[in-house]
Write a protein that binds this ligand. Structure first.
Ligand code: FES
Length: 289
């Protein structure tokens, strides 16, 4: 006998507003609270923070419980693919937004200043630890103000996005201009010379100790990245791990990582600590500490 029952409707019912409507209502209420005078706004925002902390605590318990069970972990990965669940986890800091979203947020912090000086910036892509941007108006060119605005963009991206350790400016010219990190005032020291890129071969990361700190260097198709030699799971060293198709597998319990970004593929939101790196004269340099 064939089951002809209709599948359950999991979408919002007429009585149950959808995610966008709920998010819109929250935004609207928050805008009203923000517009209150100081005496009323303080307690209202404190209530909001307390409710969020309460929800976050429960969500963290749910995520931890699911992560500790193989079937639960699979369920969790499926849930994180749902844009609504993802937005909820991101809101509560349980997972981080992807690097491109964080880069756009970082650029928003400098955009008003750029625009007030007749310039603007556009994120083109993030690849191999480099943020590629295109500059417009007063930001492009070689004038002092253009250089200052460009450095401001580079600082915002490097500071705001762990996965970005250098910024490359693309323009309408056929060549691209590279902003060396050492040109930025706040990071004018601390670079340490490492091995030649040509030495970074094989299917294991290259272990490198500098001043008591331990790093790994990985070379995936000519894209080199440096990370602290600590797995996000139990902090054990990763240098004995296997590299395959751009994925590093921890030798201890098998957590996997994208070698370009350091993003943990086994635990949503976890991330290896990426170390700023540049290539000079075919050698690797990292900014230790
Ligand atoms: S230390 Fe457990 S997976 Fe890396």
């Amino acid at each position: 006998m064939t089951d002809t029952a209709a599948p359950p409707d999991t979408g919002p019912s007429p009585e149950q507003p959808g995610f966008e409507a709920l998010a819109g209502a929250v935004d609207e209420a928050l805008a009203r609270v923000t517009a209150l005078d100081d005496d009323a706004r303080g307690p209202a925002l404190a209530l909001k923070d307390a409710v969020e902390a309460f929800h976050r605590d429960g969500l963290v318990t749910i995520v931890r419980t699911l992560k500790n069970d193989p079937a639960g972990r699979e369920l969790l990965f499926g849930l994180v693919d749902d844009p609504h669940v993802r937005a909820l986890f991101t809101l509560h800091g349980i997972i981080r937004a992807d690097p491109a979203t964080r880069a756009l947020e970082a650029l928003e912090t400098v955009r008003p200043y750029l625009q007030s000086h007749g310039g603007d910036v556009e994120l083109v892509r993030i690849e191999g630890g480099i943020g590629f941007v295109r500059l417009h108006g007063a930001c492009s060119g070689c004038s002092m103000s253009a250089v200052t605005l460009t450095e401001m963009v580079a600082e915002a991206l490097i500071e705001g996005v762990e996965e970005i350790s250098a910024v490359e400016v693309l323009d309408d010219e056929p060549t691209a201009a590279f902003i060396p990190l050492e040109g930025l005032g706040r990071i004018d020291s601390g670079w340490v010379r490492g091995p030649f890129v040509a030495e970074l071969t094989g299917d294991r990361p290259h272990r490198w100790e500098v001043d008591g700190e331990c790093y790994i260097l990985v070379n995936h198709g000519g894209r080199v990245a440096a990370f602290r030699n600590e797995c996000v799971h139990q902090g054990r060293s990763l240098d004995g791990g296997m590299l395959e198709d751009g994925v590093l597998t921890c030798p201890w319990h098998g957590f996997t990582f994208d070698v370009g970004s350091g993003e943990c593929l086994s635990a949503p939101g976890a991330q290896l600590e990426q170390i700023p790196l540049r290539i000079d004269d075919a050698r690797v340099w990292v900014r230790a500490n």
